[in-house]
Design a binder for this molecule. Structure first.
Ligand code: FAD
Ligand code: MG
Length: 352
């Protein structure tokens, strides 16, 4: 009897260990680099695969999602919702917002308000006038003082901006005539939120995503955990030496790290730097005493909108706004000083 019991116990252990082995999933790393929304996208995704048949190419799904998001919100594509909104400016009928944009616009409008218009979803006419995105592709000799907009031109374009003039009612958006939207300062953050939704939905599918790091230019998303259990490390570019990292953030779980700076999309004309972040109160590239602002947040869209708002606001007001939104912030000032919120200090380490 005793021997029979011992045999049963042994048999059970064998079955148990076999089933653990059978269920144990292999973690595979999927990596890809591409281009979307005018920037380089790199994806590293760790996928648990329970069987060979479950090979879901998650990076291809993310690429499709980014392309779909761009097709919906790019103001450069005539068929996008944002282009339709712009075409309907001044139209009493307004434009019916698709469900997946409605909430996003509410958040964007709120950040416009909370930042006192430092972030302004309607600043596009002034952004187009400066046209920095086109200028950065030109050779230095093609750039001269003649292309810099005049004060009159800026004043003229500023007259068709103002987030307060945008109206929302019954799921529709209404823009006054001549107004225009540009989601350059928030679109990549929106896309990051959609990626997290996609990754979370995978948990119910066959291939589970254990962890991922996705980078869309200055927007970096960490998700889940690394197979080896170590923390995510996200580098922060030194705005004074963009080929180097100033330091790194040590993070766990799902986080959004968004940086806005004057060191990537800019041109120099007669020794003056003109960059792509416009101060809506002046119509000129923001000159608030900062070179870069990094926001660490639990939401991609908020992080993106706040990084731009805080860059325009400058040190003191930026710290206040970050506190109001309960996000962490790191500012590099024009003097090279690094200013951080308390929570940021805990996760930031300076490069040696
Ligand atoms: P952020 O600080 O996040 O944003 C700066 C951008 O926001 C500016 O470029 C301007 O568009 C806008 N902006 C400036 N000042 C303000 C302000 N005060 N308030 C609100 N908004 C402001 N680039 C290309 O070169 N080619 C493309 O085809 C292209 N397509 C894109 C499609 C989409 C959907 C998106 C989201 C971006 C695209 N871009 C493209 C990049 C875009 O033009 C911007 O350069 C980029 O989004 C800037 O992001 P950032 O993180 O550097 O700066
Ligand atoms: Mg931004």
């Amino acid at each position: 009897m005793k021997r029979k019991k011992r045999f049963l116990l042994w048999a059970m252990l064998v079955i148990l260990s076999f089933s653990i082995y059978g269920c144990s999933s292999q973690v595979k790393k999927q990596e890809t680099t591409g281009v979307a929304m005018g920037t380089i996208v790199t994806q590293t995704v760790y996928v648990r695969e329970s069987s060979k048949e479950d090979k879901t190419d998650i990076t291809a799904q993310i690429t499709n999602l980014l392309n779909d998001t761009e097709a919906q919100i790019s103001w450069r594509l005539d068929t996008s919702d944002v282009s339709h909104i712009n075409a309907a400016a001044g139209n009493a009928e307004g434009y019916e917002l698709p469900e997946n944009l409605s909430e996003n616009f509410e958040v964007i409008w709120q950040v416009s308000k909370a930042s006192g218009g430092a972030f302004d979803l309607t600043v596009a006419p002034v952004v187009r006038l400066w046209d920095i995105d086109t200028w950065v592709m030109k050779e230095a000799e093609e750039l001269s003082a003649e292309i810099i907009p005049t004060k009159e031109q800026i004043k003229d374009k500023l007259s068709v901006t103002g987030y307060e003039d945008v109206a929302f009612a019954d799921g529709k958006i209404y823009l006054p005539e001549g107004y225009m939207l540009d989601l350059g300062a928030a679109g990549k953050g929106m896309a990051c939120d959609r990626i997290v939704e996609l990754l979370e939905s995978q948990e119910q599918g066959n291939a589970e995503v254990q962890g991922a790091v996705i980078s869309l230019g200055g927007n970096i998303l960490t998700y889940g955990s690394k197979p080896d259990g170590t923390a995510w490390k996200v580098g922060i570019v030194d705005p004074f030496r963009p080929d180097r990292y100033l330091g790194a953030l040590t993070l766990s779980g799902t986080k959004f790290v968004t940086t806005s700076g004057d060191y990537e999309r800019y041109v120099e004309i007669d020794g003056v730097r003109y960059h792509h972040i416009i101060d809506p109160s002046t119509g000129y590239p923001a000159d608030s005493g900062v070179r870069s602002v990094t926001i660490l947040s639990e939401n991609g869209l908020i992080g993106d909108a706040l990084s731009t708002a805080c860059f325009v606001l400058g040190r003191e007001k930026a710290l206040e706004l970050a506190k109001e939104y309960e996000v962490e912030i790191l500012i590099v000032t024009q003097d090279g000083e690094i200013v951080m919120s308390e929570g940021m200090e805990k996760v930031f380490s300076l490069s040696k």
